[in-house]
Design a protein around this ligand. Sequence first.
Ligand SMILES: Nc1ncnc2c1ncn2[C@@H]1O[C@H](COP(=O)(O)OP(=O)(O)O)[C@@H](O)[C@H]1O
Ligand SMILES: [Mg+2]
Length: 357
Amino acid sequence: MLPGVAQCNGVSIDTLNKCSKMSAAADENGNSKVCPKVCRITKALRKPQASLDLLPPMPEGLEPLKHQLAGHKFGHIDNSDLYGILDCKDGSILKPVMSQKKGQREKFFYELVNGDYNENAYFRKELYTLDIIRQLSKFTPTFLGMISLSEHPDVVYIKMEDESHGLLKPHILDVKIGAKPWEPEASHEKQQRQKLRCPHLDEIGFQILGARYYDCETRESITKLNLRTFTPHDLLYSGLFDIFRGLPCEARIVILEQILSQLNSISEWFSTQSYISFHGSSLLIVFEGEPNYLKKNVTTSTAITQLHRLVKVKMIDFVHVWEASKIDSNYLEGLRSLETYFSKLLDIFKAENRGKS
Ligand SMILES: Nc1ncnc2c1ncn2[C@@H]1O[C@H](COP(=O)(O)OP(=O)(O)O)[C@@H](O)[C@H]1O
Ligand SMILES: [Mg+2]
């Protein structure tokens, strides 16, 4: 069996995909050409959540990442992938290398940032020694190496820090940066598909793939996945605003200022480098959203410093990072637009505070 090809009950996913196409065809008597066993497995795999006995076994001590917002999810087979991000429950997660080509690029990117050179077709050796590239380690999750699991022989995993670990009520945003999120070699059809999914992308310059936050009124954590279709106005006054609704006024300001400061450091990095470009890559924005904790922790400067540490803006998803020869203006413009949205939100909250005092 080819490396990187998932297997299920001894049948490769590739085979199942072919079988499912075949099952649509029927012989001249109208009977399906596919054996009933394969039909049964194919049908189960086409459900949003594959039934448990068809999934690869879950190694002891690991579980699918509960807070995962976007991307490939364990047991969700809409991309014909069975693997997803796993939670090691010790502050680290495992991201599968999904296919030879795409996944390999991300693996070599993490090694590039961490100066761990292995010969590859994606990044020149000289890049591994550049200080500007190594600076990316500040903006990316801590890389903890490559891991294999005997239960999942068809994939390897990138082990990295879980940015939401330790938060009481994690508020999380996955923001894909850039008005042109597709990779350089993407077909015209793929570009059109991506444009349709996010109709205001040209204007906005980024898309929120998912948001998770604690709703103070209902006292439940909410996951929103529909923000991509929002107009610029609704994105600010409804989408982004809702994520901060109900949080103590002072805390909202401290958190937003900290997000903006970290976004600014990243855009400074982008405005000085022209070695690599990021396509379809995201920023993961994470902060504490437990209202009582926040109320207690905005009273002294020591507490505020502590709160700053619970705000993280990290670059993730490097399946399409390419060598370049000019400034990555697609990413930089998207990033600056995101900064503008958060600045406007900050102004709204500051004005609300002034109105109250
Ligand atoms: N280091 C991390 N810490 C916490 N959550 C993460 C981390 N990396 C990814 N995630 C979660 O997993 C999701 C998908 O990650 P991503 O790297 O974009 O995978 P994919 O390549 O499948 O899109 C993100 O939306 C986020 O919820
Ligand atoms: Mg992603």
